[in-house]
Design a protein around this ligand. Structure first.
Ligand code: BGC
Length: 721
């Protein structure tokens, strides 16, 4: 019997559980193990095989005879996707709408792990309401190239920020007894040829850059499932990669859950089964001929895959079921609640990045403004669906125009002109609407409108057709002739604010040069327009910081500078090694357009007095660094203190700086707060390829506290003995 406490008892039972939880947990996990062992004994080989492969686009068959349910997976990560029919067409239900959560890079731009937890928690509640036991989320492959079509789904170019957000997203989802499926393991950093490309990456870069968030989500976040990536690593498909699956994931990290293939990403029976894949998923029937269906049955009968291997997979599946659908603690779930909308609003409002505010046009002086021309397709475009890849049938999505009307419509005359068409559809290959010329009639109409109003707010950027799974962008240019529109509107009305909406870097160098006011926004979920309007009007002071570098020129980006993307003859060599993102730009002294961690506020912060609790440390110690942050302006705000370390005279190549801690704090106008950040000394280690160990070098380390990776306000030096 599982130990279970009634809900009302939980708070009062804290002390009781604190004393007993270790014992109770061991006892209940032993009981689960015993149950699983007895189920495995009762299953026929055919029934076991049925558990190991898809029987529908998102499901596996259970074993009704023994009351074992199938797995019910669903995308992720923008919310619980709409239900689909075989062939991916909409099931046209009226019961499958859900909350649309901000995209991954938006969440990352909040630099707020507590929001990542709420995102996961609320999505977990929605998954339960929709009867899904595994959410195919979060997705957090490293942004190796800004062109990757799924940059918007992923979090960051930095492994530390990535890991902190991944762990909390996983914990949030799983707090609802819904399994997170972290994806895509590993090095799925481009969409071009993702199903065939072979990645060569040195072990140090793999360990220091590409794996940390996966490791943390397993060892700290306890993720119950993981999705193998489509691509190959060092010659073997990730779905049959003994090194990734057996040695690292199940061996080193002691992963107890299920490895699920990406959809259609299995390529063999015996290899995949023996090398660590547990469940084969895909969307093309007939499911009985999947590698893990009849061919696996035959391979077991033929002695090529042992019963022990099969039983181990079944054990993992049953174990995940006991955490989810078979758990007596799984809540009924909730969907489209006001609390979920509030989470979306909070993420969206903390994600928006103020890039430039030279004329202090923002926050808008709403008492003086009588009329605004809202211009650009992205003011009315919705982002919950689009392109190729998971979307959500949003119960609602407030567009930017609707948000401005909600907030200002009573006092300001708001007029709209589309300015460009963001209509674009193409699947597969690389795509380039950047070459699409501006529509001169639409531009002229928009500019004429801008002439008649007090100010213009332009909404340009990408959309979810242009940034899409299955294809990478060809370059960073603004699509749909948007630059022409920006120039025309800015000429027509010098009081023009440019809001760029996207999930990945774009080349906005012309805008940075010519325009005084620039805001960056994202595919920001159901509450997109409300959050945006509140940032523009100053109800919310912007606090988003870029989770990746915006290069001034694509050729400055490491993979592009080294001609190491997208590879040749299906081979891509990660020649930049550990120097990904700002690690490259800083070390090579290349000026980016906007650096990692950049983002302005309506107020200013002054940093002072960075100090550490000690000056010399042993490898098992924690460094506690404290810095004073003073809000010197008129507005309360949230500041993210970023703490980087720098190691001179290292035995190995080092990036000029690496993020090791960050903390977001609220600071009232005029207030000073002490911000303390912890760094375990072991986090200063590099991965030594010769010994396959993490090594903390003795010697001096510089701590750099800043408001971005390139605006370091305070430094301090510590020694490790
Ligand atoms: C994607 C996965 C997704 C799966 C199911 C694949 O094409 O790579 O991220 O979870 O489809 O929709």
């Amino acid at each position: 019997m599982k130990l279970k406490f009634p809900h009302y008892f939980l708070c009062g039972a804290f002390i009781f559980t604190a004393f007993n939880s270790g014992h109770a947990q061991t006892k209940s996990s032993q009981q689960t193990e015993t149950k699983i062992a007895s189920i495995i004994k009762k299953l026929t080989l055919e029934e076991k095989i049925a558990l190991l492969h898809a029987d529908g686009i998102f499901s596996t068959a259970g074993v009704p005879r023994l009351g074992i349910p199938g797995l019910m997976t669903d995308d992720g990560p923008l919310g619980v996707r709409e239900d689909v029919l075989p062939g991916w067409g909409s099931a046209n239900l009226t019961t499958d709408s859900a909350t649309f959560f901000p995209n991954g890079s938006a969440l990352a731009a909040t630099w707020n792990p507590a929001l990542a937890y709420r995102f996961g928690h609320d999505m977990g509640e929605e998954a339960n309401a929709r009867k899904k036991s595994i959410m195919l989320a979060p997705a957090f492959n490293i942004a190796r190239t800004p062109l990757c079509g799924r940059t918007y789904e992923y979090y960051s170019e930095d492994p530390f920020l990535n890991a902190r957000l991944a762990v909390q997203s996983v914990k949030g989802i799983q707090s609802q007894h819904v399994a997170a499926c972290v994806k895509h393991y590993a090095v799925n950093n481009q969409e071009i040829e993702r199903g065939r490309v072979n990645v060569s990456v040195d072990e140090r870069a793999l360990r220091e850059i590409y794996l940390p968030a996966f490791k943390a989500s397993i060892t700290e976040g306890n993720a119950w499932t993981i999705m193998s990536a489509y691509n190959k690593l060092r010659g073997a498909y990730c779905s049959e990669n003994d090194y990734l699956l057996n040695k690292v994931l199940k061996g080193e990290w002691k992963f107890k859950g299920i490895v699920i293939s990406d959809w259609g990403g299995t390529h063999s029976t015996v290899n995949a089964a023996n090398n660590g894949l547990d469940v084969e998923m895909g969307s093309r029937p007939p499911y009985s001929s999947y590698y893990f269906a009849n061919p696996l049955l035959d391979s077991v009968k033929g002695g090529k895959v042992s019963m022990k291997v099969i039983d181990e997979k079944v054990k993992r599946i049953l174990w995940v079921m006991y955490q989810t659908t078979l758990s007596s603690n799984q809540p009924a779930g909730k969907i489209n609640t006001t609390e979920h909308s509030k989470t979306v609003y909070d993420i969206a409002s903390e994600s928006i990045v103020l890039l430039k505010n030279d004329k202090h046009l923002l926050p808008l002086n709403t008492s003086a403004i009588k009329s605004i021309a809202v211009i650009g397709d992205n003011a009315t475009h919705t982002f919950h669906l689009g392109g190729f890849g998971a979307g959500v049938k949003a119960r609602y999505e407030v567009t930017a125009l609707a948000g401005l009307q909600n907030r200002l419509g009573k006092t300001v005359d708001i007029k709209f002109s589309q300015g460009y068409s963001g209509l674009y559809r193409q699947r597969g290959g690389s795509v380039n609407p950047a070459t699409k010329p501006a529509d001169s009639a639409m531009v002229a109409k928009a500019a004429a409108l801008a002439k008649t109003t007090d100010m213009a707010i332009l909404f340009i950027g990408g959309n979810r057709d242009y940034e899409s799974e299955g294809s990478d962008r060809k370059d960073l240019s603004l699509p749909f002739g948007e630059q022409t529109l920006v120039d025309a509107v800015t000429t027509a009305n010098p009081n023009t604010i440019v809001v760029v909406v996207g999930g990945a870097p774009y080349d906005i160098s012309q805008i940075k040069k010519n325009n005084h006011t620039i805001v960056w926004s994202w595919y920001n979920g159901s509450e997109n327009g409300n959050a945006l309007a509140d940032v523009l009007t100053g109800k919310v002071n912007p606090s988003g910081k870029l989770p990746f570098t915006f290069p001034a020129d694509l050729k400055d980006s490491p993979a592009h500078a080294l001609n190491a993307y997208p590879g040749e003859k299906l081979e891509v060599d990660y020649k930049e090694g550990i120097l990904v993102g700002y690690r490259w730009f800083d070390t090579k002294k290349i000026e980016p357009l906007y650096c990692f961690g950049y983002g302005l506020s309506y107020t200013d912060y002054k940093y002072a007095g960075l100090h550490t609790n000690k000056t010399s440390y042993k490898p098992a110690d924690y460094i506690v660094a404290t810095v004073k942050v003073k809000n010197t302006g008129k507005y309360a705000g949230k500041e993210t203190v970023q703490l980087y370390i720098s190691k001179a005279n290292s035995a190995v190549e080092r990036a000029e700086k690496e993020l090791k801690a960050f903390k977001k704090v609220t600071v009232a106008a005029g207030e000073t707060v002490d911000v303390s950040l912890n760094i375990p000394v072991k986090d200063l280690a590099y991965y030594d390829v010769k010994t396959s160990k993490w090594i903390v070098e003795p010697g001096k380390y510089k701590l750099l506290a800043g408001t971005s990776s390139r605006d370091i306000k305070q430094t301090s030096v510590i020694t490790v003995n």
